[in-house]
Design a protein around this ligand. Structure first.
Ligand code: NAP
Ligand code: MG
Length: 402
């Protein structure tokens, strides 16, 4: 078979620990033999971030803005222990946070559904994608402990000095208060990213907040979504045969449980944080969750939802065998290649991405999988493979399909 040619480079962001090991195996076994990979390589491994004073992370995000599509390996977010482990100059920020701030994107997380790894909710047949607004609310809140009787207020001082005051509570005893905010521009970006992604994946979009109780705060989210939808997206949704609908968060939760999946559920920051953990664990495994950052102007960065799988890496360093699941990282690659193929009109590249995903799923459904899946599968007599042999088994399936 001739290798598939690419036109525009992918932005490749390499990462850390066990996922860095898988990254190379995936490229060697599943990409290079089939695709004449054009990639602009950025090494986001912690050592290189430290050497470049984290400039490489910024450069990789700017490159994503330039080319439009990136694929990212999981990376370490440094903490105190990592400072000594890697002898860091500074506690560098989370690369995902840096990239997200530059691209102004929304993160969409979806489980990879395979037969034999059954969701706890038995009527879920198709993936449920969570879109989490990644700015503000309680994550940028200010809080105060109220020691005793007194009055707590919200004060807004305009640039000309005029003040608007809203009473929070007349305290008769000790208590607590919280102030939080959001920005209309950020909510608009969130809405556009959601509408674009729904069109892109041809899935209906749900959005839910608690606007009946939060008549200004949550209601603003609801209004911004509706205004943008009516003005810019309604016709496109009709043409694509998909829907946008808004409902109350409690109603959404009830409906999600009774649904068969196959839609996008847009959530405010906190709801998305909580619900994405519920969805991923109910679907089976963090190692089977994909994640894509979509910017409002149409840039895409694909990655796995899990981290660098540190515990497995330390085993690997000791020369012990690992059985680390590479599925979400493979899907990051297939997602990025498919998007590149769509944007550059290379149908063979799109078809290859589809086959790579199908081969990965078929390998598992044929009973060949890593240990994390073997522990939860309903299939019988499965073969547990190590990290490398699982990827090689996918290559065999893929070669048979091509
Ligand atoms: P993790 O890498 O997601 O792994 C946590 C545990 O989940 C693993 O120890 C393993 O369980 C299981 N697991 C996760 N992915 C797996 C896979 N592909 N195959 C098999 N099992 C898998 O989280 P962490 O160990 O808490 O974090 C490690 C590093 O990742 C941290 O430095 C953190 O900053 C970073 N991180 C990066 C990202 C990102 O770049 N997007 C996201 C999250 C965390 P068992 O040990 O029981 O086998
Ligand atoms: Mg969470």
């Amino acid at each position: 078979m001739e290798k598939i040619m690419m036109k525009t480079p992918l932005v490749e962001m390499d990462g850390d620990e066990m996922t860095r090991i898988l990254w190379k195996m995936i490229k060697d076994e599943l990409i290079y033999p089939f695709v004449d990979l054009k990639a602009e390589y950025y090494d986001l491994g912690l050592e290189h971030r430290n050497e470049t004073d984290d400039q490489v992370t910024f450069d990789s995000a700017y490159a994503t803005k330039k080319y439009g599509v990136a694929v990212k390996c999981a990376t370490i977010t440094p903490n105190a222990a990592r400072m000594t482990e890697y002898d860091l100059k500074e506690m560098w920020k989370s690369p995902n946070g840096t990239i997200r701030a530059i691209l102004d994107g929304t993160v969409f997380r979806a489980p990879i559904v395979v037969k034999g790894i059954e969701p706890c909710v038995k009527n879920w047949k198709k993936p449920i994608t969570i879109a989490r607004h990644a700015y503000g609310d309680v994550y940028k809140g200010s809080e105060m402990k109220i020691p005793g009787p007194g009055k707590a207020e919200i004060v807004y001082t305009a640039e000309d000095g005029t003040q608007t005051v809203e009473l929070i509570h007349e305290f008769k005893e000790a208590g607590i208060v919280q102030g939080m905010h959001n920005i209309c521009g950020s909510i608009e970006s969130f809405a556009r990213s959601c509408f674009n992604y729904a069109l892109d994946t041809k899935q209906t979009l749900w959005f839910a907040t608690k606007d009946t109780i939060s008549k200004k705060y949550d209601h603003t989210f609801k209004d911004i979504f509706q205004d943008i939808f009516d003005a810019e997206y309604k016709e496109k949704f009709d043409a694509a045969g998909i829907e946008y609908f808004y409902t109350l968060i409690d109603d959404a939760v009830a409906r999600v449980m009774k649904s068969e999946g196959g839609y996008i559920w847009a959530c405010k920051n906190y709801d998305g944080d909580v619900m994405s953990d519920m969805i991923s664990s109910a679907f089976g495994s963090l190692a089977m969750m994909t994640s894509v950052l979509v910017s409002p102007d149409g840039n895409y960065e694909y990655e796995a939802a899990h981290g660098t799988v540190q515990r497995h890496y330390y085993k690997h360093l000791k020369g012990e065998e690992t059985s680390t699941n590479s599925v979400a990282t493979i899907f990051a690659w297939s997602g990025a290649l498919r998007k590149r193929g769509e944007l550059d009109e290379i149908p063979e590249l799109v078809a290859f991405a589809d086959k790579l995903e199908a081969a990965t799923i078929k390998t598992i459904e044929d009973g060949k999988m890593t240990k994390d899946l073997a522990l939860i599968t309903t299939l019988e007599n499965v073969t547990v493979l190590n990290s490398e042999n699982f990827i090689k088994a996918i290559r065999e399936t893929l070669e048979a399909m091509l």
